[in-house]
Design a protein around this ligand. Structure first.
Ligand code: SAM
Length: 343
């Protein structure tokens, strides 16, 4: 598939190189025996999966077992061993079955040149935009998609979109002419669910993203509304390169999972500075231990910085800004950690 390259700002770990540099910094202690043991276990997992597909065993069962076994292998492997095993898995012939799933394939091929683009999220949102590609999938691909679109991470992402729309609506109820900023907005799908936007209760909803194609999509989808799509990045925000003004609510979803802690702290501080008195900043981060990391990091080639509640709290504790209130919670699904900071 043709790759469209986006100018990345170097702050988010969205390329194979940036992610492997981050993994290397986590430590490199492993032995040749650990590599050999991991390879042997992986080979067994993948050949049993391949056999399952070749003998037309029920796809949901194959996928469940594959996901669980990859997760168990990842959990017991040193980070550098796991990084090696993930690349071995990606070149195994079983991937020809898994890549028939449009969601796995888009994630693996990265047609936009980086991980976690907004179009990928549309497969998770089951958005009409991707309906034709879903329809075009092989019967096997459709069954694998039926599994991946219902995985805990996908359920968490859809819940995240719903919660964001509810937050925006609550801010609009509490503040006349509310001003909202979405950082790494993607296609701003939460806005499609917002009553406040539909009833024209907002002053502006700024949707900032580093990907000009996604910015263009938001701009045309929400033409004539209070949504303002702008091209910008973590780098431009930290460098104060754009005059964005101040906001009642700023949020970043699907971004902190790509930010090293020092960048996350600086971005949080900058966002807090852009809030009006009493304003709120929300950051969302995938929770570690959701159970699908192994599959995502192998066949989807979609590694993330999965954090614990303590790791999210560590970011907040390093922030130098007065906070009137801090809340760290999870959604019903438990797969995403939400920190809401009030100034
Ligand atoms: C996983 S998507 C999330 C999109 C949207 N927030 C959502 O929840 O559907 C991640 C988005 O982050 C954007 N992104 C990644 N790194 C960025 C950066 N350093 N600055 C601004 N946007 C970034 C990507 O272009 C992409 O649209």
């Amino acid at each position: 598939m043709k790759q469209l390259q986006t100018a990345l700002d170097g702050y988010s770990l969205v390329t194979a190189q940036s992610i492997s540099e981050h993994a290397r910094s986590a430590g490199n202690n492993y032995t040749i025996d650990q590599i050999k043991e991991g390879e042997a276990e992986l080979a067994l997992i993948l050949s049993l999966t391949q056999q399952g597909f070749e003998t037309n065993a029920p796809v949901q069962g194959i996928m469940k077992v594959l996901t669980e076994r990859l997760q168990a292998l990842m959990n017991k492997s040193a980070p550098a061993v796991w990084a090696h095993l993930a690349s071995v898995a990606q070149s195994h012939p079983v991937s020809s079955f898994l890549l028939q799933d449009p969601l796995t394939r888009w994630s693996f091929e990265k047609p936009r040149g980086y991980s976690g683009d907004a179009y990928l999220l549309d497969f998770i949102y089951e958005h009409p935009t991707v309906a034709a590609q879903v329809e075009a999938a092989s019967p096997l691909g459709a069954e694998v998609y039926d599994f991946t679109r219902r995985s805990p991470s996908a359920v968490a992402v859809r819940e995240r979109r719903d919660l964001l729309a509810a937050h925006v609506d609550a801010v609009a109820d509490a503040n006349d002419n509310a001003e909202i900023l979405a950082i790494a907005a993607g296609h701003l799908r939460e806005a499609e669910l917002s009553h406040a936007l539909r009833s024209d209760k907002l002053k502006r909803w700024v949707a900032l993203d580093q990907d000009p194609v996604s910015v263009g999509t938001v701009s045309s989808n929400f033409h004539g509304s209070r949504v303002e799509a702008i091209n910008g990045s973590v780098r431009t925000i930290l460098g104060r390169a754009q005059k964005l003004g101040t906001f009642d609510f700023i949020y970043a979803a699907g971004l902190y999972d790509y930010l090293a802690e020092n960048v996350a702290v600086r971005l949080t501080e900058r966002c807090l500075q852009m809030l009006k008195p009493g304003g709120k900043f929300l950051l969302a981060n995938f929770a570690r231990g959701i159970g699908v990391e192994g599959y995502m990091e192998t066949f989807m080639n979609w590694p993330l910085i999965w954090r614990t509640d303590e790791e999210v709290e560590a970011i907040i504790n390093k922030v130098r800004h007065h906070l009137a209130d801090i809340s760290v919670t999870r959604g019903e699904n438990g797969g995403v950690i939400y920190a809401v900071l009030t100034v």
